[in-house]
Design a protein around this ligand. Structure first.
Ligand SMILES: *[C@@H]1O[C@H](CO)[C@@H](O)[C@H](O)[C@H]1NC(C)=O
Ligand SMILES: *[C@@H]1O[C@H](CO)[C@@H](O)[C@H](O)[C@H]1NC(C)=O
Length: 200
């Protein structure tokens, strides 16, 4: 009997309403769900069918991903958000940072879809670092102009410092910008499948 594939939950980054392209992962037999962040827009209740669940957060999505996983880690279960809004003031500049692999014209089309974002959510401390209990991987975007590689390495180092000797496995990708799902959704799906140990 082949092992049951995990359920995949996509958690978008800051400012982003959920419009992830999930077709590539679905085409490979994964059941893929999306979450509208309360700090960006609406919310959804996740189903519970006794299956394993894999969280795939994008950038800032790691913060709400951790919060939402509180109390749900297998190891934990076995033992037993107000304020104003932030918005992008210079869309062309934001597109050049986050969509560096697209032309300025193409980037601006997508940047216009970014919405407002809860200001308070950026200032609140993380109350639960889910990676302490749940194995974590990192899609390492080598030419990311928003989260530069040095910063990404520091973030990974901070995670590993509380992971009791476990490592964050890096999955490097080149020639793509910060919003990889938008500019290269097939590459995104491929790297997620690779992180799941799938070769198909
Ligand atoms: C990709 O993600 C960005 C930002 O996270 C989002 O705004 C965009 O709609 C997504 N695009 C696709 C094609 O999934
Ligand atoms: C774009 O990049 C800036 C600077 O790194 C970041 O603050 C912002 O959240 C990014 N926007 C998106 C939609 O990823």
């Amino acid at each position: 009997m082949s092992p049951t594939k995990p359920e995949i939950i996509i958690i978008p980054g800051a400012f982003c309403p959920l419009k992830y392209s999930v077709a590539d992962l679905k085409a490979h037999g994964y059941s893929v769900h999306g979450v509208e962040l309360e700090t960006v827009g609406r919310r959804d209740a996740p189903p519970d069918e006794g299956k394993d669940v894999v969280l795939v957060p994008h950038a800032y999505g790691g913060v709400p991903a951790c919060e939402s996983a509180k109390g749900l880690a297998k190891s934990v279960r076995q033992k037993e958000g107000k304020g104003g809004y932030l918005f992008m003031t210079d869309l062309a500049k934001a597109a050049a940072l986050n969509l560096s692999d697209l032309s300025p014209e193409e980037g601006l089309v997508w940047a216009n879809k970014w919405t407002q974002h809860s200001a308070a959510s950026f200032g609140q401390p993380l109350t639960y670092a889910a990676y302490k209990d749940i194995p974590a991987s990192w899609v390492f975007i080598e030419q990311d102009k928003s989260i530069l590689p040095d910063l990404a390495n520091k973030m990974i180092g901070n995670m590993e410092a509380v992971m009791g000797g476990r490592k964050v496995e890096r999955f490097p990708v080149g020639d793509v910008g910060h919003c990889i799902n938008m500019s290269q959704p097939a590459t995104f799906a491929k790297v997620v499948r690779k992180a799941l140990g799938n070769t198909v």
